[in-house]
Design a protein around this ligand. Sequence first.
Ligand SMILES: [Zn+2]
Length: 275
Amino acid sequence: MKVHHVNCGTMCPLARRWVNGDGGLFERGAMVAHVLIVEAPHGLVLVDTGLGTGDVADPGRLGPFNLFASPTLSREETALARVQALGHDAGDVRDIVLTHLDLDHAGGLGDFPRARVHVFRPEHAAAMARASRNERARYLPAQWAHGPSWSLHEPDGERFFGLESVRAVPETNDDVLIVPLVGHTRGHSGVAVRGERGWLLHAGDSYFHRDEIHRTPAGCPVGLRLFQAAAAVDDGNRRHNQARLRELRASAPEVRVFSAHDPVELDELTSPEQK
Ligand SMILES: [Zn+2]
């Protein structure tokens, strides 16, 4: 399957050095919302949706996220615009597979009202319940007010390079898998896609900076380190699953692992050599 890597939500938080690990403290940082557009045999499959046209039209609904993330909110960056730029329309998107339902990942759902939305069952339960203050801020019911056709998944004994996984989109056989990596949220998962160049693993918010996974010893700019610990619903499990990703990198280097928000990882995957 051909896979397009696109950015569906630039964010420019304060203190670039603490976010990106380079540049100055008084510069703005740069983060992306890494989304996959997959050309599957039965239509398009999206992995995550970034921020959508509903967020661009009504930024106020994002609440405090606007303050700490400073999203640029441009219509050209939405998944809908990215799909249209490839010559498709919204109706061509048959399935959306989400790493989790945080507002910077689920914002585009309303732009594809007819798509089936696949998510790990505990994540859907957490987003519907919004049981804590943390979860009331991160999950935005307005983003799924159109009533998507949910497809909720539970582990079925499938493995992905030793990690528990779940077959997500039946029409792709076993080429799109949900890989539970909980901690950031209650049902946070990675999404594995077998592209024409081999396996990709969209690790969502399992980590935020490439040096956490791709460098030894691992490192992370202080701002992102503190943010991840504060945002996690279960920080012990988050760190445990991050360590499992480092093990996967070592034992299966052929799997291309990347996170949702690192702009350098996205650049590498959209560079001409990767096309
Ligand atoms: Zn995120």
